[in-house]
Design a protein around this ligand. Structure first.
Ligand SMILES: [Zn+2]
Length: 129
């Protein structure tokens, strides 16, 4: 017997009914230093089954590429300068690390430079290169 296809409509109906009688849906989203518990709507829960990355990004207020970058850099922001090879410098901006999504996005659009490229006017924590 073939496995029946995922029927999003049926799941949405079931989750909506469950919510109506008092169920709450929470997931653990991979975030800085571990996980963050987030409440989901029935619609998000259905989407989670098909495409969890997009839901993770959405609940953190980021696009999928932003979410992946934010996770990969652990809330740090890369230097705005280009290296001699024309790539973006991968050093981080002093002080711009371990930022939650909103602050991270703001720091990322503001840009800045690593110590090598003239940044570092702010007090820096350990491990700056
Ligand atoms: Zn740099």
């Amino acid at each position: 017997m073939k496995r029946s296809a995922f029927n999003a409509e049926q799941f949405l109906d079931a989750f909506t009914r469950a919510e109506a009688v008092g169920c709450e849906f929470h997931i653990e989203v991979p975030a800085l230093g571990g996980q963050k518990s987030v409440a989901l709507s029935p619609q998000q829960l259905v989407r989670l089954i098909a495409d969890k990355q997009s839901v993770y990004a959405e609940v953190m207020g980021l696009t999928v590429p932003e979410y992946n970058e934010w996770r990969q850099l652990q809330g740090s922001v890369c230097c705005s300068a280009a290296t001699a090879h024309g790539r973006q410098c991968r050093n981080t901006i002093p002080g711009a690390s371990w930022l939650e999504p909103e602050a991270w996005k703001a720091a990322r659009s503001a840009g800045g430079y690593c110590q090598v490229h003239g940044g570092g006017t702010r007090l820096v924590g350990k491990g700056a290169m």
